[in-house]
Design a protein around this ligand. Structure first.
Ligand code: DUC
Ligand code: ZN
Ligand code: ZN
Ligand code: ZN
Length: 479
């Protein structure tokens, strides 16, 4: 019988093809692609627009506690609203285990926060901070089987870091279960040493966040993570790669046939360490805090290296690492703790709403990557990597009707006034981009239409994920 929705006259783009055709939707799924489809209950004119698979942002932090008295600026409602306005139809935030907490309890807490609040679909990666025998032997395997098929380990941060033995044990569970391990690769002791040294010299401004975790800190940890994965013979994803040295570690491993994957983010393409030294505007001496994230943005040569990683396939994923904090609290006061030392500035910046426009403008419009590679890096590869393909991440008969209408010509100056996140600034203020999402459709439901909110919280549903097609080890177990 009839179609619920027809997108007419647009240019449909997937990770492999660019085709002029209509898209027919019934019961939340794409049921037909073709020309001159009969009208559905609803028809949207897509002429002059690109029809893209909805963005999948597989690296966002929402409502995650971040140390004493530091709360994130987004709850699931504002975070997913911002995601939808940014052209995303699925996000993968983290369920963080606090030390001493059962992993199951952490997962339950995040579900309670997200349930009924989301504008886009979502799943959870797990963060393992306390790998007890119970967790390794029972809880983690059971959660993988329940559809939480990826987890992140941290090599730094007092409250989160695992030592090498713990990382090996978590990797072994991943190998056994077919889950994918994401690694935050920075050397904890090196950062601690450099932080103490800088503070002792009175170098406490936000700018010194960069010098406290220089390139060698990331390169060493990246190489160590790769070596640990080699010992266990398990595929891993190195997240938020900031520049050449780490990119080359990953490329070296890939050239040896290892299943080592890489992700980079907008901040490593358009920000530099100099941004953390900014001292104009209001709250001048603290302004650099708006750009503090880890690993820190570096220099122009590092930006070039990240482009190279995106162009050559060393990196499969382009994610936002959306991790929003307020510069001023809701009463208008600066974060005073961060004033005593960069050590207390929470690490993370907002970006779920600006990820697609930045990559489209800097990448596609400037001729650095193709439109099809843009789709792969922002949607398809995320679905493949994290067990959602082909339900998500492509435009094909049978896939969820997660679609974005994209105006490739629209020129926008990024500004906080345009954002829908809970942060009180965007680190990309003033950046001029070409290309912008205008309409966002989640499983056939129009959430954003021509830049106007039409959806409601609760439309976004939890996704039980399958195993990653890239987490399957190519070789049989060695032991
Ligand atoms: N790592 C992340 O992945 N996000 C924000 C901060 C961090 O260190
Ligand atoms: Zn991280
Ligand atoms: Zn992150
Ligand atoms: Zn593979």
């Amino acid at each position: 019988d009839g179609l619920d929705l027809v997108l007419r006259g647009g240019t449909v783009v997937t990770s492999s093809d660019t085709t002029r055709c209509d898209v027919g939707v019934r019961d939340g799924r794409i049921v037909v692609l073709g020309s001159d489809l009969p009208a559905g209950a609803r028809v949207i004119d897509a002429s002059g627009l690109l029809v893209l698979p909805g963005g999948i942002d597989s690296h966002v932090h929402i409502a995650q506690p971040s140390g004493p008295e530091v709360v994130q600026a987004d709850d699931f409602q504002s975070g997913t609203l911002s995601a939808a306005f940014g052209g995303n139809t699925t996000i993968l935030p983290f369920a963080l285990q606090q030390r001493g907490q059962a992993l199951r309890d952490a997962v339950r807490d995040y579900h309670a926060l997200a349930d009924g609040q989301c504008y886009v679909d979502y799943g959870f990666h797990l963060i393992v901070s306390d790998p007890t025998d119970q967790l390794l032997g029972q809880d983690l395997p059971a959660l993988v089987q329940d559809g939480y098929t990826s987890f992140k380990v941290f090599m730094t941060y007092e409250d989160l870091r695992l030592d090498d033995l713990q990382i090996l044990r978590v990797m072994a569970v991943a190998r056994e279960q077919g889950a994918l391990v994401m690694v935050h690769a920075e050397n904890f002791d090196a950062i601690r040493y450099l932080t103490e040294t800088l503070e002792a010299a009175g170098k406490t401004a936000p700018f010194f966040h960069g010098p406290s975790r220089p390139i060698a800190v990331e390169r060493e940890a990246t190489h160590r993570a790769i070596s640990l994965a080699e010992l266990v013979d398990v595929p891993i994803m190195i997240v938020h790669v900031s520049g050449r040295d780490s990119m080359e570690q990953i490329r070296w491993a890939q050239s040896r046939g290892m299943q080592i994957y890489g992700e980079t983010c907008p901040q490593y393409l358009v920000l530099t360490e100099a941004d953390m030294g900014r001292i104009h505007g209001e709250g001048a001496e603290m302004e650099g805090a708006k750009f503090v994230c880890s690993p820190p943005p570096r220099d122009e040569a590092s930006q070039q290296a990240c482009w190279e990683g995106l162009q050559t396939g060393v990196f499969q994923l382009f994610s936002s690492d959306h991790c929003p904090f307020r510069f001023r609290d809701t009463a208008g006061k600066l974060n005073l703790k961060g004033r005593s030392s960069f050590r207390w500035v929470p690490n993370g910046i907002p970006g779920v709403e600006t990820r697609l426009p930045i990559l489209f403008s800097e990448g596609v419009a400037k001729g650095r990557i193709s439109l099809n590679r843009f789709v792969a890096l922002t949607a398809t590869n995320h679905a493949r990597m994290y067990g959602l393909y082909p339900r998500k991440g492509t435009i094909a008969v049978g896939s969820d009707a997660d679609l974005v209408l994209w105006d490739p010509e629209r020129r926008v100056t990024i500004s906080q006034s345009l954002m829908h996140h809970g942060a009180d600034y965007t680190p990309y203020e003033g950046l001029e981009v070409t290309g912008w999402p205008v309409t966002t459709i989640v499983r056939g439901q129009v959430v954003i239409e021509d830049g106007v909110l039409r959806g409601a919280p609760g439309q976004g549903k939890f996704l039980v994920r399958g195993l990653s097609e890239h987490a399957r080890p190519h070789a049989p177990a060695a032991f």
